[in-house]
Structures are given as C-alpha cells and as structure tokens.
Design a protein around this ligand. Structure first.
Ligand code: FAD
Length: 516
C-alpha cells in the first residue's frame, strides 16, 4: 500500500492522471465495504453556498465506521492527503471540501437507527450521516418520540449540525443540538474509532461537538428524545419598534417551561409591499392578508416579526389551547391587528422549510449562489446592531429571511468547541439570501461584499459578536475567533488529528507533510 501512497505528491497533469489510476488501486487494496469514485464525481466539489468549488481526488462512500477508519489511516500514511467528511454539503464556504483530497460522503453510511432507554430516558442512536428529517419521521411515526432541539431546515446531517451547534427556536429552552447528545462514536484523524461521552473520552466528545470536523468524523450519535406533541399552533405577531420586539422576545426566552411558548424566533422585514422582503412575507397562510394601514406612520423602513409556537396534544380541549395561548400572548406588546396563526401537525411544523425548498427549487433560486451570513451578537450591542445593520445597510432587505432571535448562554455547554459572545442573552442573526442568478453580472460578489461590510461595521463599532458557521482564510483570524479557547482547540488538534488530515475546507490548520 505504501507504494501507492507515495504517488500522492501532487504536481502536474501527468501526475494527476497517474493519481487517478493509483487512487483506484489504493482503494482496491483497502478492501472497503463501501465504494469509491476516482476521480470524484459531481457534488463532491460543490456546496449549497455555490461560491467555492474544488477538485477532490476521490469521493469515498463508506458503509460504516470501519471504512472511515481505513480511509483516514491510509491518508495518514500518505505524504499529503486530506479527508473531508461531507454531510449534505449545505455549507456556504467550502467547509466540507477537500481540494485534491478525499471527500467522504457520510450519507452513504449504512442505515443505523435504534431507540434505547437508559434509566427511563429515551435516546436514539443514529448514523452521523443521517438526515434530521429522517430521524424526525422515524422517531415520531415509530415511537411517538422526537429530539428536543432542532434546526429550522432538516435536510442537514446529524454529524454536520453537531460539528457546528444546531440552532432553532427550541434552543432557548434546551440549548443547541450539541447540548442534546449523550454519546458519540468518532473516528479520529489517526484512524482510531472511539465511543465518547461526558464521562468516557470526554476531551474527544466535547472537542467534536461544535468542532468544525477538526478532531474526528462522527459516525454515530446518541440523541436525547422526549414525547412528541401531536399539534402546533404557529403564530406571528408584528412590532414596529425594535425595543418592544426584543423586550418581548427576551421575556419569553427567560420564562420557565410551562410559562412560555415551546419555540421562539423572529425576523426583521422591510416596511413595504415588496413580495419577498416586505409585508407579504409575514402571513402564514395564503388566505391571510397583511393590513399595512395598521402600521403607525412613525414606523421606520424595517419592522419586526416575533414568531412563536405552542405544542399540544390531540386529546386536549381546543378551548384549553386558546386559553393558554391567549394568556401567553396577552403579556406581549405587539400590534393586535397584525397577528397571524395556523394550527398544523408537529411534523408539518418541523418540515415547514422543506415546503420553502420545493418552492425555491421550482423558481431556480435554490441552486443559485447563497452568500449567507450568520452571527451571534451580545444583547448589550443588539440595539446598535439593529440601528447600523438592519436599519441602514440592509434597509432594502436581502431577498430572503433576516432572522433575529435571542438565545440563552447558560443552555450551552462551554466544554464544547462552540464559540459564543459574552452576554447571558445573545442573538442569532441569520441573513439567508436567496437571489436569482444575475444575468447582468456577479451579484454574489456584491452580496459577499455586503457581508464583509456588516462584519467590518461590527468590528468598527466594537460589538461583542462571533460568526456562527464561521469562515476565515488565515490562522490569525481563526485565533481571533476562538480567543481564549484557541489554546484548547490547538491542544485537542494535536491529540486527535496531529497531521491535520481532517476537514481541510475549514482552513484552520494545514496538512503536515508526512515523510514516508
Ligand atoms: P456539511 O456542510 O456537509 O459539513 C459541514 C462541516 O462539518 C464540514 O466541515 C464537514 O467536513 C463537517 N462534517 C460533516 N459531517 C461530519 C461528520 N459526520 N463528522 C464530523 N464532521 C462532519 N444551521 C442551524 O444551526 N440552524 C438552522 O436553522 C439552519 N438552517 C439551515 C438551512 C439551510 C437551507 C441550510 C443550507 C443550512 C442551514 N443551517 C442551519 C446550517 C447547517 O447547520 C450547516 O450547513 C451544517 O454544515 C450542516 O450541513 P451538512 O449536514 O450539509 O454538513
């Protein structure tokens, strides 16, 4: 095998062709249960962002952790090969790519799904390559159970979101998805397979959670479950003043369970009839209309929508649901003429973005570039952020949702690799741009430039913020991102992936040259 691996020192085209031949031979020698494409095909060099592309050497479809371990060990024996786990490729900036390296298609892993009960608590063991939408369906339909913490969109993999955080409107109560796993199986950058948890191989467990794929490839996760509700009342209410919106959102995320909604999110939108960015983006049902005469003359160019949801069971009396929901809404200060609500099943609610995906695919905007930006901003800076960013830089909208909602820091485990701003309450800002391909020129470049302007504004104003789903090009910038967590991150890297083989698309560490 070493003879094959010696070929993987890259140079010119002749060597590239030779690489492809040797790549196939290498994988025959590895005797995998899964299979491999040499050279890599289609999706392996692309992602949802559509801003970057790469040419991987091969696309590996592992069938299980053993295959993953064999491939990583082979890469470790080569002089310079890297390995990127690819979840569903829904990154924006090439994070799941490996230029001239090996891309591991985690979705090809053998199906693994088992509900286990430990001391009366239910968990589900799932493959790291499972899609959350499949986990939802199997847990709810088969067992009446469901994970507690979600992302808005569920066409993402378990390993992919756990490598970042996994945030949605339930995170204020249960923490991000990284706070809701009890155990992982991880293949390290040395090709060793470990089961890890809070008490067993805990450095690897906490390192891998939010670890941007740097310490290992998650091949299995044990996710905490709770009884699934049957139905959800999904409600949107409108605020013209930012301070009123944040006061109510923060009130809701700091109440105890039973005294608040089950889901709290929000978004900023443009005070106009623009079909994508304005009033029509608020109603939840085509039969509902937004009445702009209800907006006071004093309102600014950007106004706000608080989005909440209340879970209930089919056997509850409808009047009880109305009573509880009205009591909760009664404590809020929105404009009562601008309230929208629908009742839908729990699964329909959690799969709501899939409907938007179908729509976007039909309009051609799902496959166009997505220069998205996600930030966490401390509560103490959020009013200024609104003034400078929403009310100024983004006052015309972004062609998609501008999410903003509060999260609670103490629900996040600081032993994980995730990096947060300092305040106990901080906001997630998600600028989810959907734009058709611009026939006149490189629209995506202009939007990337606008993202830079926003980040620069945050720096210039001295805001306490962190990028979520971060993307940097130099190690200096990564050091700044991690701040006082950088030393721990580097120490974990030295232990679990000393040659820096894993997740090269994050551009945090460079592959160490291994002399054969
Ligand atoms: P990929 O993009 O394929 O991979 C992401 C990173 O993780 C890469 O570095 C990759 O190498 C690594 N990785 C992948 N699998 C593994 C594994 N098994 N083990 C170790 N490392 C691995 N995020 C939220 O938190 N909340 C949301 O509501 C939300 N909504 C989204 C909606 C859409 C439409 C999209 C496109 C993204 C959304 N995201 C959201 C972001 C999402 O969490 C990230 O894109 C994340 O990377 C998961 O996507 P993926 O499974 O496709 O992973």
């Amino acid at each position: 095998m070493i003879a094959y691996l010696e070929r993987f020192v890259h140079g010119n085209d002749v060597e590239s062709r030779q690489d492809d031949d040797d790549c196939s031979s290498l994988f025959n020698a590895l005797d995998l249960q899964g299979n491999i494409d040499c050279p890599a095909t289609g999706l392996a060099g692309k992602d949802f962002g559509g801003l970057y592309s790469s040419k991987p050497l091969a696309l590996v479809r592992p069938s299980g952790a053993d295959d993953v371990a064999r491939v990583v060990k082979a890469a470790a024996l080569s002089p310079s090969l890297t390995v990127a786990a690819r979840g569903n490729g829904h990154s924006i900036n090439g994070q799941a790519m490996a230029d001239r390296g090996l891309v591991m298609d985690m979705r090809s892993m053998d199906d693994h799904f088992q509900v286990v009960r430990i001391n009366d608590t239910a968990f589900v063991d799932v493959s790291g390559g499972a899609l959350w939408e499949d986990v939802l369906e199997r847990c709810v339909l088969g067992f009446g159970l469901a994970p507690r913490s979600w992302t808005d969109y569920l066409g993402l993999t378990v390993g992919g979101t756990l490598s970042n955080a996994g945030v949605s409107g339930q995170a204020f109560r249960y923490g991000p998805q990284t706070s809701n796993v009890a155990e992982l199986e991880v293949v390290t950058g040395k090709g060793d397979i470990f089961v890890c948890s809070e008490t067993e191989n805990s450095q690897l467990f906490f390192g891998a959670l939010g670890g941007l794929g740097q310490f290992g490839i998650i091949t299995r996760a044990r996710v905490l479950l709770q009884p699934a509700p049957d139905m959800v009342r999904w409600i949107r209410v409108v605020y013209t003043e930012f301070e009123d919106f944040t006061r109510d959102a923060e009130f809701l995320v700091t109440r105890r369970e039973g005294d608040s909604f089950d889901y709290v999110e929000g978004f900023a939108f443009v005070n106009s009839d623009d079909p994508t960015n304005g009033w029509p983006s608020v109603p939840l049902d085509p039969n509902q209309a937004f009445d702009p005469t209800r907006i006071p003359q004093t309102a600014g160019s950007v106004i706000y929508c608080l989005e909440v949801a209340f879970h209930y069971r089919n056997n509850g009396h409808p009047s009880t649901v109305d009573r509880v929901v009205n009591r909760l809404l009664g404590r809020l200060g929105f404009d009562e003429h601008l309230k929208f609500e629908v009742d839908l099943s729990y699964m329909e609610f959690l799969l709501r973005v899939k409907r938007a995906e179908e729509h976007a695919k039909a309009n051609g905007i799902w496959d166009a570039p997505h220069p998205w930006l996600n930030l966490f901003v401390s509560q103490s800076d959020i009013v200024d952020f609104d003034r400078h960013v929403f009310k100024n830089i983004l006052k015309a909208g972004i062609g998609g949702p501008m999410l903003i909602y509060p999260l609670v820091r103490s629900m996040w485990d600081t032993r994980t690799s995730v990096v947060l701003p300092k305040d106990e309450i901080f906001y997630i800002i998600a600028l989810l741009r959907f734009s058709p391909p611009d026939p006149k020129g490189p629209l995506a470049e202009k939007l990337v430039a606008q993202n830079h302007e926003i980040i620069q504004c945050c720096i210039n104003k001295g805001f306490d913020f962190k990028l979520y789903l971060p993307h940097y090009k130099s190690q200096e910038e990564w050091k700044g991102h991690f701040g006082n967590q950088w030393t721990r991150f580097v120490e974990r890297k030295a232990i679990f992936d000393p040659l820096a083989i894993l997740a090269p698309g994050q551009k945090i560490f460079s592959r160490m040259i291994h002399h054969l």
